[in-house]
Write a new protein. Structure first.
Lengths: 516, 253
């Protein structure tokens, strides 16, 4: 028996409790009955957990195994449990909105229909991976046209609909946005993605192979270091390989440089969206300075080639560290000058404040992650709650702001820029010794590992399971955008449609990271 | 307001002097590969086996690298015991025709300019519409960066516009996912003729890491005719700029 948050005693439901990057035999993941599985998800969330991943894995016999990974930030543990389902099961979403998008994904990938799901839609527009079983019976399997779904419609006098995308006005990825408006006011926004779907998860099965690391680096190309780090940690955990402290530090430096570049670029873009050109122009350039620091380390502005199984692809010798430190000093000084203007200019504050507000309750209900959650005052950060690599020994304070609006999402970025810069400076000043890379090892068979990394957008979750031969039986990728797109839709409610670009940029979510 | 002026003074002038001066690239930059067929052992296929995208082939004349498929990961360089392939620092990678992207260690062919009539139309003013068709936001980001004060694309008369109807051509990134095929075709159709198409990045040229996935079409030229290919994963902004300027005949051969 255990005591629930409500105070009552409830029976303990078996689950596997592991830490970030701790491998476990697959047989230790309990297979629960469907009612027990449901109780475990709902109870776990009631006790402060959050769904980090919920996915299907096909069974050799008919049906699929649903595997849930709940993240318990306070305890720093991950609970994993599963249930076997056939073509349908009672949906979790009516009682647990966090499961909403995951259940749509399970239905689309494995043809397992969550009965009673209030808003079951295709999210990537591809045929089922389980031949002969489809979440949407009677579909024409030859083609699943993207964006063709029943959009929620508001009707009435002066209500109108605005459709945007997939091709947008700027140089950005494709997605479709459908607004229901009353005058300028947005009553409802529905986001339909899938245009970027490249079939990565399907292609990862049977790996790892020589192409796997490149899939990781291009899952979301602006988060190459984040996703590659999660993947390499999964391989190292399953292979029983320990990387050197030096490699851990260099990985973290690359991860924080990625954060610095993207946060700086986002603050510039936010300034551009409210027509404040000085900060927009400066930050656009300073973002490049951070990218060029990554290129100084590994030759690629996006960190391609840096994170490799067993360590890192490139070392930072003392002269290179000195050069990086000097460049970091200049870039941070310039960024400070450019970004401070945002907080001093009343016309910017007026546009940022109160725009696209999300409450901590909505944030919790939807299971939002990363800087979006921290901008709702939620104290959660993988680097602090589930530390791996060098973050086990060297912490970065968690940055939060409480207002939940565009201002908060901008301000949290600024706080994180300062803290990441301080961290990179500290690490480069005292690089530990050790090899940059150690040999990889074959993966243990029939095992599972969950790897979490705090990418610049938020929690990156990779779950790998291996088969009898130590190959990937399933490799689940959850980009932070997968959780957070629904947050953007909610933030737009009762906002002016003209504020959409600003709200969208304040989230700056990944299309391909979602579409995979 | 005063603070904005002070900040302006502190930020200084940041536009690079390229193309008047050579660009500064990091020492570990992986650019045009140097191939030395004389060093290549007969019967060895280590480079071919190491390549994640099948960019390398070998025959009696030594290895050939298809830059269109190449991710510039340099695994082939690491795998070759004899140093027959080495990635150099030359940023000039673009080509007008797909087959010109195959590097065999002989002449390094550069992008040739558009014909005179097209150049008269676009040479001093080129408006492009960008379409991401499955791109990972790497190529998109390093195309977008051309608009910053560092590269200041506008000084060359090249501009990205919001509508295909205002454009002289398309700049395509990504492998062209099946889910973006129709949108890309419609966008192409909406550009008034004469028009040009530029494929940026390994994905848009040959599918990149997603080559031969049933979900993608292995690049832009399976859907629309392509006039300029810019290899890389993603290409460095200078590589993209070099190709654009050569296409418009604004860089001496």
């Amino acid at each position: 028996m255990r005591r629930a948050r409500s105070g009552e005693l409830v029976p303990t439901i078996p689950s596997l409790s592991i830490r970030n990057g701790e491998p476990a035999p697959l047989r230790e993941v309990p297979v629960l009955t469907l009612p027990a599985f449901r109780d475990a998800v709902l109870g776990g969330i009631q006790d402060g957990g959050r769904i980090a991943a919920l996915f299907g894995q096909p069974l050799e016999t008919d049906g699929a195994r649903l595997i849930a990974v709940l993240a318990h930030g306070k305890e720093g543990t991950l609970s994993v449990f599963s249930a076997v389902v056939g073509d349908a099961y009672p949906a979790l979403t009516p009682d647990c909105p966090q499961a909403h998008w995951f259940e749509c994904e399970v239905a689309e990938q494995w043809g397992v229909r969550p009965l009673g799901h209030p808003w079951l839609k295709r999210i990537r527009f591809h045929g089922s991976y389980r031949t002969g079983h489809d979440g949407w019976p009677h579909t024409d399997h030859a083609s699943v046209p993207p964006g063709v779904v029943d959009f929620f419609r508001v009707e009435g006098e002066e209500v109108h609909e605005v459709a945007v995308g997939p091709v947008h006005a700027g140089i950005i990825e494709p997605g479709h946005f459908r607004f229901q408006c009353h005058g300028e006011n947005v009553l409802h926004l529905e986001i339909s993605l899938g245009y970027q779907h490249r079939g990565v998860e399907r292609a990862l099965v049977g790996g790892p192979n020589k192409r796997t690391i490149h899939y990781m680096e291009t899952l979301a190309g602006d988060t190459s270091v984040g996703h590659a780090t999660a993947y390499c940690q999964a391989l190292e955990a399953l292979g029983g390989v320990g990387v050197s402290a030096r490699a851990d530090v260099l990985r973290a430096v690359a991860l924080e440089l990625e954060r610095l570049a993207n946060h700086t670029g986002d603050l510039g873009a936010l300034a551009g969206d409210v027509g404040y050109l000085p900060t927009a122009a400066y930050c656009g350039r300073i973002r490049g300075d951070f990218l060029n620091m990554t290129a100084l380390i590994c030759g690629s502005r996006f960190g391609r080639g840096m994170i490799r199984p067993g360590g890192v692809g490139f070392d930072v010798e003392p002269p290179r560290a000195a050069e990086l430190l000097e460049r970091l000093g200049h870039a941070v000084r310039d960024a400070t000058g450019a970004i401070r203007l945002l907080w001093d200019e009343p016309s910017i504050q007026a546009r940022f404040e109160g725009t696209g507000r999300l409450s901590p309750e909505v944030c919790h209900d939807l299971g939002l992650v990363g800087l979006v959650a921290r901008a709702c005052g939620v104290h959660g950060d993988v680097r602090q709650d589930f530390p791996s690599g060098i973050f086990r020994f060297s912490q970065i304070p968690v940055s939060t702001w409480h207002t939940g609006d565009v201002l908060a999402r901008a301000y949290v970025r600024w706080l994180e820029i300062q803290r990441s810069a301080a961290f990179v400076r500290e690490q480069l000043t005292a690089l530990p010794d050790g090899p940059t890379r150690v040999a990889a090892a074959p993966l243990v068979a029939n095992a599972l590992v969950v790897c979490l990394v705090e990418g610049w957008r938020g929690e990156i979750c990779h779950v790998a399971t291996t088969d009898d031969r130590g190959r990937f039986a399933r490799y689940k990728v959850v980009d932070p955008s997968f959780h957070n797109w629904m947050g953007l839709a909610m933030a737009l409610r009762d906002q002016q449609i003209s504020d959409f670009p600003l709200c969208n940029k304040s989230f700056n979510l990944s299309y391909c990271g979602h579409d995979l | 307001m005063l603070k904005a002026f002070v900040a302006r003074l502190q930020q200084g002038r940041r536009t690079i002097s390229y193309p008047d001066a050579e660009p500064t690239l990091p020492d570990r930059f992986r650019g045009y590969p140097r191939i030395d067929p004389a060093r290549c052992r007969t019967g060895c296929s280590l480079c071919v086996d190491a390549c994640p995208t099948g960019a390398i082939s070998t025959d009696r004349r030594g290895p050939r690298v298809d830059l269109g498929r190449c991710l510039f990961c340099s695994e082939c360089e690491a795998a070759c015991p004899d140093g027959a392939i080495a990635y150099g620092r030359d940023h000039r990678l673009g080509a007008r025709r797909r087959e010109e992207l195959v590097v065999d260690g002989e002449t390094h062919r550069l992008v040739t300019a558009l014909d005179e009539q097209t150049r008269r139309l676009f040479g001093r003013s080129l408006k492009l519409r960008q379409v991401s068709a499955g791109g990972c936001n790497g190529c998109e980001a390093d195309v977008n960066v051309l608009n910053t004060v560092v590269f200041d694309l506008g000084r060359f008369g090249i501009q990205f516009v919001a509508s295909p109807r205002h454009a002289d051509g398309l700049l395509i990134t990504g492998p062209v996912t099946e889910n973006m095929r129709l949108a890309l075709q419609k966008t192409y159709a909406a550009v008034p003729s004469p028009k040009i198409v530029i494929a940026v990045g390994a994905c848009a040229i040959a599918g990149g890491p997603f080559i031969d996935h049933p979900e993608v079409h292995n690049g832009a030229d399976s859907v629309v005719p392509v006039d300029l290919y810019v290899p890389g994963c993603p290409p460095h902004p200078i590589t993209i700029l070099d190709a654009l300027l050569r296409l418009l005949g604004r860089l001496a051969a």
